[in-house]
Design a protein around this ligand. Structure first.
Ligand code: DP6
Length: 354
């Protein structure tokens, strides 16, 4: 055993529910070690979550087979392999792992094949469970360290997962204007006017299948994108501009920036070498429809996109009746089987009772 590890056997169960998040300032491009090329800012969701429970057995002799993973009640070898590789890379950060056998059960609150990225909520939940596991075996971390450590570990699994640890908004990546910001972990971002407390997100499902180009391939293509430098500078500047809008309750400025970021992300995909398109004709119809509706009604509504064809329609809770009527009357016909998922600004992770 490593000398600083307790030599008493220990077993137990623990669990966390962790939400997904949607980026407003996009992370796109990274260095080795999951270090982002620019800071990003996201809104934590409430409904789209991974619930994970872990049964663990710690002690000398444990750990030769480190893991058994089940997703929604079934063995899931591909996920198990990914998690196994992830855990193998974490042993220097979490030495208890080399002496712990884990049985992990995971489920998502959102439907299968909805096109919602699950890596943020899944790695978020796993990281929270691992930090708790370490606390149970080695004793509590210092005050305030729990979520920061979970964010750090989540980042090593999937960059965007680092931002799922806090209610409201989260900021990941170093920016001089935020002293506490870091490339290693996300921090809570609290500078927002109360009119932003009730942001809704309707996820319009245009395409639910696997994307033709994965996010990891997309991040790598930024290494040769001729506009990469400008993009990284734009994201830094947009973060500061967005900060001014959220602080003042300037919804119009907020929406303009959010849409600029979404289009810029997709512009990077189109101008990569090779370039590719993830938007579908239905995506464009939705974006045009949203802009026309906003112009006509002055509702506080706009869009953002992640690395796919689906649209996140973001709107103020006060404008929900009009916006939701518009979704039903105009937007759902562009969605796959008329599907959309309701979500909103979320309260952050929750510990599950054993
Ligand atoms: C477009 O976090 O999925 O959603 O770090 O390789 O796991 P990895 O990438 P991932 O990238 C997310 C990209 C994005 C923008 C964002 O969430 O900021």
């Amino acid at each position: 055993m490593t000398p600083e590890l307790p030599d008493q056997a220990h077993s137990g169960t623990l669990g966390w529910s962790c939400p997904s998040n949607i980026a407003l300032i996009k992370y796109w491009g990274k260095k080795p070690g999951q270090i982002p090329m620019n800071p990003s800012l996201s809104m934590t969701l409430q409904e789209a979550r991974t619930r994970m429970r872990i049964q663990y057995a710690y002690g000398p002799g444990q750990g030769s087979r480190r893991l058994r993973f089940r997703f929604e009640g079934k063995e899931a070898p591909a996920f198990e392999q990914r998690i196994s590789n992830y855990l193998a890379g974490l042993v220097s950060e979490l030495p208890v792992l080399s002496h712990t056998y884990l049985e992990i059960d995971s489920e998502n609150s959102f439907p299968h094949s909805s096109g919602i990225a699950s890596s943020a909520s899944a790695f978020g939940a796993l990281a929270l469970c691992l930090v708790q596991l370490e606390e149970e075996i080695r004793g509590p971390l210092e005050q305030g360290q729990f979520l920061q450590k979970a964010s750090h570990l989540a980042r090593l699994g999937s960059g965007s997962a680092s931002r799922s640890m806090y209610p409201g908004f989260a900021l990941w990546g170093k920016h001089e204007a935020w002293e506490d910001s870091s490339n290693e972990f996300a921090i809570p971002y609290q500078n927002y006017h109360r009119s932003f407390l009730d942001i809704r997100d309707a996820i319009l499902v245009v395409e639910s299948g696997a994307k033709p180009v994965s996010s990891s391939a997309g991040h790598s293509l930024m290494e040769t994108n001729p506009f990469a430098r400008e993009r990284f500078a734009q994201a830094r500047e947009n973060l500061e501009r967005l900060h001014a809008t959220t602080g003042e309750g300037d919804w119009q400025g907020f929406i303009e920036l959010m849409e600029e970021e979404a289009l810029s992300l997709h512009a990077m995909m189109m101008t990569g070498r090779p370039g590719y398109l993830l938007m579908q004709p239905a995506t464009l119809s939705i974006l045009q429809g949203i802009r026309a509706f906003r112009q006509e009604t002055r509702c506080r509504v706009g869009f953002t996109l992640d690395a796919g064809a689906n649209v996140h329609l973001m709107y103020a809770g006060e404008d929900a009746p009009l916006v939701e009527a518009f979704i039903s009357s105009d937007l759902l016909r562009h969605c796959e089987n008329g599907r959309f998922i309701r979500d909103r600004m979320g309260e952050g992770p929750q510990k599950l009772e054993p």
